[in-house]
Design a protein around this ligand. Structure first.
Ligand SMILES: C[S@@+](CC[C@H](N)C(=O)[O-])C[C@H]1O[C@@H](n2cnc3c(N)ncnc32)[C@H](O)[C@@H]1O
Length: 228
């Protein structure tokens, strides 16, 4: 496992096409107030545990929220829950901020960066639910170790999830299903459900990536685990 003091490699995209003026405005005005303090190495070099005073009710996390549609949907549907979203892709963050304004939700906090930085500083067993929607597929075999469903991500995730917590994984890649079924249980989770197209969670909101997968003829898979 990577030591918390070391820099980590992040292989995904941080920036995409030019942001619209409105999106630049959301980033300038809303990102600061919604960002969790003390998560980055710059702000918290000793990696001390976060002050959890911001949490009201159960705490849920979405990893890699993309455009943020699922995260905002969950925040609006469950106002009694506190949600954290982690995503390093600036264009996605800007989209999320626009959706937060539109929905007027107040129970959502961000880490605009690598979720592993958040893993370092969250206290043990603090999360009641975790969403991993369409993680980067890394299709080439030599890149499979970059996938989220590897011990580098799953062991820290297991530490910060409460016993009984739900961990949801959605993917359109059959080989990702295989690796998820292989790697998640040894990290301390048990599989409770595995469904396919039409079998999403009752409160699911289809994401941009899922819509793209469906257009391109790839079928969704939904896996639900429970922390032991
Ligand atoms: C294929 S996209 C899916 C986005 C969204 N969940 C959806 O379903 O539309 C995967 C996302 O995970 C993000 N991601 C990859 N590695 C991450 C990490 N270590 N921490 C946080 N987000 C990450 C990427 O930036 C990307 O936006």
């Amino acid at each position: 496992m990577t030591d918390a003091g070391q820099r980590r490699n992040f292989y995904g995209r941080i920036k995409g096409k030019t942001l619209r003026a409105s999106q630049k405005g959301y980033l300038a005005e809303d990102l600061g107030p919604l960002t969790l303090r003390g998560v980055t190495r710059e702000e918290n070099p000793s990696r001390s545990v976060l002050d959890m005073g911001f949490v009201k009710g159960p705490l849920w996390l979405e990893v890699g929220f993309g455009g943020g549609e699922h995260l905002v949907h969950m925040a609006a549907r469950y106002p009694e829950v506190t949600l954290i979203g982690a995503e390093p892709f600036v264009n996605g963050i800007a989209m999320l901020l626009g959706k937060i304004r539109g929905a007027g939700v107040k129970n959502l906090w961000l880490h605009p960066g690598d979720v592993r930085d958040l893993f370092d500083v969250l206290p043990d067993a603090c999360l009641q639910k975790v969403f991993l929607n369409y993680p980067d597929p890394w299709p080439k075999a030599r890149h499979h170790r970059r996938r989220f469903v590897t011990p580098e991500y799953l062991l820290p995730l297991a530490r910060i999830t409460a016993p009984g917590a739900e961990f949801r994984v959605a993917t359109d890649i059959p080989d990702y299903v295989r690796q998820t079924l292989e790697e998640v249980p040894p990290a301390g989770f048990t599989l409770v459900a595995q469904t396919g197209e039409g079998g999403a969670w009752e409160d699911w909101l289809s994401t941009r990536y899922e819509q793209k997968a469906l257009r391109e003829g790839r079928a969704p898979h939904y896996l639900t685990f429970r922390r032991l």
